[in-house]
Design a protein around this ligand. Sequence first.
Ligand code: ZN
Length: 126
Amino acid sequence: MSETDNEEYHQKEFEIKYEKMNELFPNLLCSPDVEDYDRLDEVLVSSDSATIYDEPDHFCYDGLHESMKMDHTNIIHIENEKDKFITYRDFYNAMQKWKQPMCDHRFLEGIHVDKYSNTIAVDFGS
Ligand SMILES: [Zn+2]
């Protein structure tokens, strides 16, 4: 494959995954990491419950009153059936409850799992 063919191939593959993520999680207000499409059934947290949180700590919130910040903090609980570990699919299903931020930081860039507290911190970029 030539360099350009290769690029086109990757572009196409990206678009297909993007479409599929949109079909599976139609109510996501953030842009998912499309590569997660390949690991939807992999375990993300080795627990049947977890808490996702998004701390509005980017510069857009500088100078905002704490109560305003709290207003834009997303805290989402995931409760699976007993002993059913949380997968990326469970994570994205839960993320459909994520509220729209007041800024353009809505591209999911990081999923950080703390295996001791079963929390999932999410990072957003623009
Ligand atoms: Zn922001």
